[in-house]
Write a protein that binds this ligand. Structure first.
Ligand code: FUB
Length: 322
């Protein structure tokens, strides 16, 4: 009886290892897009323990170009050399979250005190947070309710609280940026699952006359990084074919920021969404295009190297469709 029990436990372990293995896919970067076996969008790139991870949303294969996206879950991919990649499979799905069932849009993930906090927007109105002991999950919705919710509170939270992006400054203070059309920032407590203080509007100077889809207009997809002592607030200026990723700089993570210009020329995918980070002495931008599908609702993540000029401005990247 005892032997039978041990055999059953071993068989169970074997099956669960096989299942975990089967979620992973090894593949080689063959130029952009990075991932060619599924559609991926809204890349948030992070370095954890010397390895680069890219958290993405997931456009379903059947997404219609005229549809307002078809997105149900989130994925992560990782690499150590930018060439050999691992797809770790799905890390969280709408099915895992009791309080929502739609619009699994652009996520972000950050590490604190050995735990990985995954922030996910849903329903164009709410942001939740899930936690794992590993950067590749599984992640668990820790609050069982949204962290951010604009129900009856659009003035403070903004009309569309989507696209969370996290930043932890050198002094340990964590910030979360988010919002479509209304850019917002809020401090997070050390536990990363409670906000600290008031949600603040982000002020961008030098873009006052700029309109949706051009110039320094704030549309969506915020991202923050720090280089030397400058804070770079990166974002999308809209949704038309000429809209793209742009940036503003400042000396405080809460802003105000001064509009600088384009990070890269337009990708023409209907949406622009990027993250920028340093990895092994180089700087990279991750973004998405739609070259695999020619359909803005079936997008694919890409990366390119970026450089800075002597004054800290980002040298304009010319997007090459390849
Ligand atoms: O992927 C859905 C939405 O499209 C994201 O939230 C936006 O940033 C845009 O990329």
């Amino acid at each position: 009886m005892k032997n039978k029990l041990i055999a059953m436990i071993l068989l169970g372990l074997f099956i669960s290892c096989k299942e975990n293995d089967s979620n992973e896919k090894q593949f080689i970067y063959e130029g952009n897009p990075i991932v060619r076996y599924m559609f991926t969008a809204d890349p948030s790139a992070r370095v954890f323990n010397g390895r680069l991870y890219v958290y993405t949303s997931h456009d379903e294969d059947t997404a219609d170009a005229n549809q307002h996206f078809l997105m149900n879950n989130w994925h992560v991919f990782s690499t150590e050399d930018m060439i050999n990649w691992t797809g770790h499979g799905q890390i969280l799905s709408l099915d895992d979250i009791s309080w929502t069932d739609r619009q699994a849009w652009a996520p972000d993930c950050i590490e604190r005190n050995g735990k990985y906090y995954f922030y996910f927007p849903v329903e164009q109105t709410k942001i939740g947070v899930a936690v794992s002991n590993s950067p590749v999950g599984p992640f668990k919705d820790i609050l069982g309710r949204p962290l951010i919710d604009n129900t009856n509170n659009e003035v403070i939270v903004g009309r569309e609280p989507i696209d969370p992006a996290l930043f932890i400054d050198d002094d340990g203070q964590a910030y979360m940026y988010f919002g479509c059309r209304d850019a917002r920032v809020v401090k997070l407590k050390e536990n990363m699952i409670e906000i600290e203080g008031e949600i603040q509007p982000i002020v961008i100077k030098g873009n006052k006359e700029d309109a949706e889809n051009s110039g320094g207009y704030y549309a969506e997809a915020p991202w923050m990084f720090k280089r030397d002592s400058t804070y770079y607030f990166v974002y999308s200026n809209g949704w038309r074919s000429q809209s793209t990723i742009i940036y503003a700089i400042g000396n405080n993570p809460m802003g105000p920021f001064n509009y600088v210009g384009e990070v890269m020329s337009p990708v023409g995918a209907g949406t622009s969404h990027a993250s920028i980070l340093q990895y092994n002495d180089k700087w990279y931008i991750f973004y998405h295009n739609n070259v695999l599908s020619d359909n803005g609702k079936r997008r694919s993540i890409c990366y390119d190297e970026i450089t800075f000029d002597i004054d800290g401005k980002i040298n304009h990247l010319i997007y090459n469709e390849r």
